[in-house]
Ligand binder design. Structure first.
Ligand SMILES: [Zn+2]
Length: 252
């Protein structure tokens, strides 16, 4: 059975001869593993549209274990990001997060749209770390970990004063619940507002926001810890996040 979908290659590795096996985030089917036959031959028509930093429309033949890519065309190529080491590493970080955290064949079209738009904007306008934070937030929301910021994440009380953020409960805690809460972080008011904006606002609103250096730093830390806390339980992404961030720090 055939299907077609907009697709972004998350990673590729060589198989026998000139074939490659690709992990792809598709708009319609979610994450899939697929074979691109003969793709390493210079004349292969799949060569262009299955490379990293490409947004493509691909045609698949559904297989028992793996799908087969039959044809495709390029929609957009993120050439500026590929030529720039920092943009390359941040793009790879987002791909790696997806590869490690998504289950196969669970369609997440909204997350797909967010990724495509973030990659496009970073390619066109340069790196904006708020867009990376936006992507991380959308990943959390789409995996069912949307931070609860308008009521107590444990009891639902609306009484939030100097409320700490609980990684375990996934949101703010009221004065009663915070007494026995674990894994708590005290957020600045500005940071809490940024978390809300990232999870609920439009990408245009996120691009317009001017965050203070302190809030930006705290935002990065809380999202990193929250991603680690929840994804690590299921997918062992912790080392990935740390390792990639260390690589980014070296290159900056
Ligand atoms: Zn409570």
């Amino acid at each position: 059975m055939y299907y077609q979908s907009r697709s972004i290659v998350l990673k590729n590795r060589d198989l026998r001869d000139s074939d490659q096996i690709l992990t792809i985030f598709t708009e319609k089917e979610g994450k899939v593993t697929a074979v691109a036959k003969g793709v390493k031959k210079t004349k292969s028509s799949l060569r262009g549209c299955t490379q990293p930093f490409c947004h493509s429309s691909l045609y698949f033949n559904r297989g028992r274990d793996m799908d087969l890519i039959t044809q495709g065309r390029i929609i957009d190529f993120f050439g500026n990001s590929r030529e720039d080491i920092t943009r390359t590493l941040y793009s790879m970080y987002m791909m790696e997060l997806l590869d490690k955290s998504l289950l196969e064949r669970v369609p997440l079209p909204q997350l797909y749209a967010a990724l495509a738009r973030v990659l496009e904007l970073i390619n066109q306008q340069g790196l904006d770390l708020m867009l990376v934070r936006y992507f991380e937030s959308r990943l959390l929301v789409n995996l069912g970990y949307k931070p609860i910021m308008d009521q107590c994440a444990h009891c639902g009380s609306k009484e939030l004063r100097n409320s700490p953020f609980s990684l375990q409960e996934g949101g703010l805690l009221c004065p009663v619940c915070m007494e026995r809460g674990q894994h708590l972080m005290i957020l600045r008011g500005e940071t809490a507002a940024l978390v809300r904006l990232l999870c609920e606002g439009s990408i245009q609103a996120v691009q317009r926001v001017k965050a203070s250096p302190l809030a930006s730093q705290q935002l990065e830390i809380v999202l990193e810890k929250y991603l680690e806390y929840h994804l690590e339980r299921r997918f062992k992404v912790k080392n990935t996040i740390r390792l990639l961030k260390r690589t980014l720090a070296v290159s900056n």
